[in-house]
Structure formats: structure tokens, C-alpha cells
Design a protein around this ligand. Structure first.
Ligand code: 5GP
Length: 122
């Protein structure tokens, strides 16, 4: 599948500085910021700066440098937010069935409460 990136998505606007965000971490290739509608006491989104629609698009086409930077950024946010002691959930929604609302790759880091079953019904 070849993905077409829409540069008008909300995270592209955040990356261009057109919309404010609460930054947790910025690296050469990645940005982490707080979700505007947190689902848990800790809810951080980590995105690559490059134009990738979803995780498989990124994994198949990003450079090694971008991938290393991104994975390390997720690890650094986990450390900064102190989520390892009590655990956390990492979610990457993709496409229609994955119910991805914003078509720019992001992982959700959720922590700070018992998160319940992995999937909601329906
Ligand atoms: P998705 O459903 O695509 O996996 O998740 C998109 C996430 O982006 C949602 O959790 C939503 O609350 C968050 N979000 C949408 N618009 C904004 C925004 O303008 N700023 C921030 N910080 N988060 C946003």
C-alpha cells in the first residue's frame, strides 16, 4: 500500500508551530507532547517529524536514523514520565479499523492508572 500524507493534519500543524502544544521532549527527528484530551493521568503522544501516516508507513520507509531516534524518544519519555514502575500502555492506531483520527504517525503512552482490558468492545 502506498500512503499519501496530508500535510494539513493537526500534528503537521503542530510541527510547523501553527498550533501550540505542551512539549515533553523534542529530538532531531521526533516530538513528544501531551494529548489535549488525556485518557489517563499520563497521556503523551510521540510523533516523528517526518511525513509518515502510520506505523507501518514509518517502519517501511523511514531512514534508520529516524527510526532509532523515534524509538529512543519513546524510551526517553517513559523515563521522564516515570511510567516503568507501575506499567503503561503503548498504542498506535492505524487507519479505519484501527480508528486513527489524526493521519500522522503517533504512539500514545498511557499510564498513571489501571488501564483495563486491551480492547473496548464495539
Ligand atoms: P488517534 O485516534 O488518531 O490515535 O489519536 C489522536 C489523538 O490526538 C487523540 O487522543 C486526541 O485527543 C489528540 N489530539 C487531537 N487534536 C489534538 C491537538 O490539537 N493537540 C493535542 N495535543 N492532541 C490532540
Amino acid at each position: 500500500m502506498s500512503y499519501v500524507y496530508d500535510d494539513q493534519n493537526i500534528f503537521a500543524k503542530i510541527l510547523r508551530g501553527e498550533i501550540p502544544n505542551t512539549t515533553v521532549l523534542e529530538t532531531e527527528h521526533s516530538l513528544a507532547f501531551r494529548d489535549i484530551h488525556p485518557q489517563a493521568p499520563t497521556h503523551v503522544l510521540v510523533i516523528p517529524k517526518g511525513p509518515y501516516v502510520c506505523f507501518d508507513h514509518f517502519a517501511q520507509t523511514a531512514s534508520d536514523a529516524e527510526i532509532v531516534d523515534y524509538v529512543r524518544a519513546v524510551g526517553e519519555v517513559c523515563k521522564l514520565e516515570g511510567v516503568e514502575a507501575d506499567g503503561f500502555r503503548l498504542i498506535a492506531n492505524a487507519g479505519k479499523n484501527g480508528v486513527q483520527d489524526v493521519p500522522h504517525l503517533h504512539v500514545h503512552i498511557l499510564a498513571g492508572r489501571l488501564l483495563g482490558p486491551m480492547l473496548a468492545r464495539g
